[in-house]
Write a protein that binds this ligand. Structure first.
Ligand SMILES: Cc1ncc(COP(=O)(O)O)c(C=O)c1O
Length: 403
C-alpha cells in the first residue's frame, strides 16, 4: 500500500491483495483468506531449499510465517510506521509480544531495565520473575516525571527503558518524545507499550521509540473475540524479533490473524467514536454528585492534560472515576447495578466495559502498593465502546442513582 496514503486508507487496504491480480487462475480474493496450512509446498525442492535458506522470499512452515499472518503484519507496520522502515511481528498474545520485545532489546544477565512504576501488572511480573531470575536487574521509576527518568538513566545505565503511552487505570500520559530523548542519550533502547494509545493516537516510533508493543487483544482487533500481540520495530530489532518468534514459537494463529486484520480496518472509526464517548462520559461524571473524582486526559485538572495535547492526537477511550461513597462495597454495588455496560476485565472493545481495578488488573499488588499508585477501592475503570453515548451515560447515572 502506498505509504503516502492517509491512515484511514492504509487501515482498510494495507496487507490485502499481496499476490497481485490474476493469481489462482484468474481471480483474486479482495480479502486475504485464512490459510489453514501448517506447511507450504513448492514446485521443486530447490525452491523449498532457497526459501528455507532465506535466499528467496516465500512460505515454508507456519511457525515461521503464514500469508494470513503476514497480511496482518504488513497492515500493522504501515500504521505504526508510515515511513516503511519498521516491520511488525504478530504474536499469540500481548504478553508474548512483550517478552519478545524485551528479549530483542538484549535484556540478558548483567543488564538493567528501567521500567515505569505504573506498568501493567503482568509486564512488571514478567520483568521481575522471568528476566529477574535470569540475572536482569529490574528498577522502577515514576514514568510521568521526566527529570526522575533522566536521573535514573544516567545513574543506572539501563539497557532498556519500558513505558506505556497511557497508564492503567489512572490514564497518565507519558511524554514519549521526552523519554525517547533521555533514553537515547543514555544509550538504552526504549520499549513503548502503545496498547491504550493505538497508532491512531500516537506512533511512538516517530517520536524516537525503538520497539512498540501492543496487546492486539484490545483496540487493534476491537471486538473482544481474540487474543493477540504485536511488536513493531526497525533494524536491528526486527531481525532479532523474527528469530525469537521462530525459535520460541509464540506465533499468532491464522484464524486470529484474519479476525484481527478484519478488526483493524475499522480502528480509526472505532477509536474516533470511543474517544468522543469517553470525553462525553467524563464530562458528565465530573459534575455528578455521587462521583468524587474523574480521571481522563481531556479534563483540565488531569495532571498530564498538557502532555496529552503534545503527544496524542486524541485523549483515548478510557475513563476512571472514584465514587463519592468509599470502599469496595460501594464499587461492587455500582458495578452490579449496571444494565448496559459489561462487567469484564478487558478494554478497547466495541462494548463499553467496566471493571474494579483493585480486584482485577491490580489484584496481585499489596494494598499499600495499590494505595501508593492511587488504585483506590472506590475506583471504577470504564473502557468506552461505540454505543450511543446517551445510552451509556443513562446506564451509569442509573447505577449511581441506586447507591
Ligand atoms: C497495557 C497492556 N499491555 C499488555 C497486556 C497483555 O496483553 P494480552 O492479555 O493480550 O497478553 C495488557 C492486557 O490487559 C495490557 O493492558
Amino acid at each position: 500500500m502506498g505509504e503516502h496514503r492517509r491512515f484511514e486508507t492504509r487501515a482498510v487496504h494495507s496487507g490485502e491483495r499481496r499476490g497481485g491480480q490474476g493469481e489462482n487462475g484468474g481471480f483474486s480474493p479482495i480479502s486475504t483468506p485464512i490459510y489453514a496450512s501448517t506447511t507450504f509446498s513448492h514446485a521443486d525442492i530447490e525452491t523449498t531449499d532457497r526459501i528455507l535458506g532465506g535466499e528467496q522470499q516465500g512460505y515454508s512452515y507456519a511457525r515461521y510465517d503464514n500469508p494470513t499472518v503476514v497480511a496482518l503484519e504488513e497492515a500493522l507496520a504501515s500504521l505504526e510506521d508510515p515511513e516503511g522502515n519498521a516491520g511488525a511481528f504478530a504474536f499469540a498474545s500481548g504478553m508474548s509480544a512483550m517478552h519478545a520485545a524485551l528479549t530483542a532489546a538484549e535484556l540478558g544477565p548483567g543488564a538493567t531495565v528501567l521500567a515505569a512504576e505504573q506498568l501493567y501488572g503482568s509486564t512488571a511480573t514478567l520483568l521481575l520473575q522471568i528476566f529477574g531470575a535470569n540475572g536482569v536487574e529490574v528498577r522502577f521509576v515514576d514514568a510521568y516525571d521526566l527529570g526522575a527518568i533522566e536521573k535514573k538513566v544516567a545513574e543506572l545505565k539501563p539497557r532498556a527503558v519500558v513505558i506505556e503511552t497511557i497508564s492503567n487505570p489512572l490514564l497518565r500520559v507519558a511524554d514519549t518524545a521526552g523519554v525517547a530523548e533521555v533514553t537515547r542519550a543514555g544509550g538504552a533502547a526504549l520499549v513503548v507499550d502503545n496498547t491504550f494509545g493505538t497508532p491512531c493516537l500516537q506512533r511512538p516510533l516517530e517520536l524516537g521509540a525503538d520497539l512498540v508493543v501492543h496487546s492486539a487483544t484490545k483496540y487493534l482487533s476491537g471486538h473482544g473475540d481474540l487474543t493477540a500481540g504485536v511488536v513493531a520495530a526497525g533494524p536491528p530489532y526486527d531481525g532479532a524479533l523474527e528469530g525469537i518468534r521462530k525459535l520460541v514459537g509464540g506465533t499468532l494463529g491464522t484464524f486470529e490473524a484474519w479476525l484481527a486484520h478484519r478488526g483493524l480496518k475499522t480502528l480509526p472509526l472505532r477509536m474516533g467514536r470511543q474517544c468522543e464517548n469517553a470525553r462525553l462520559v467524563s464530562a458528565r461524571l465530573a459534575s455528578h454528585p455521587k462521583v468524587a473524582k474523574v480521571h481522563h486526559p481531556a479534563l483540565k485538572d488531569h495532571p498530564d492534560a498538557e502532555v496529552a495535547r503534545r503527544v496524542l492526537s486524541d485523549t483515548g477511550g478510557l475513563v476512571s472515576f472514584e465514587l463519592e461513597a468509599g470502599g469496595r462495597e460501594a464499587a461492587f454495588a455500582f458495578l452490579n447495578a449496571l444494565e448496559l455496560c459489561v462487567k469484564a476485565p478487558s478494554l478497547g472493545d466495541i462494548y463499553t466495559l467496566a471493571i474494579h481495578p483493585a480486584t482485577s488488573s491490580h489484584r496481585e499488588l499489596s494494598p499499600t502498593r495499590r494505595e501508593r499508585l492511587g488504585v483506590k477501592e472506590n475506583l471504577i475503570r470504564l473502557s468506552c465502546g461505540i454505543e450511543h453515548p446517551e445510552d451509556v451515560i443513562s446506564d451509569l447515572e442509573g447505577a449511581l442513582g441506586r447507591l
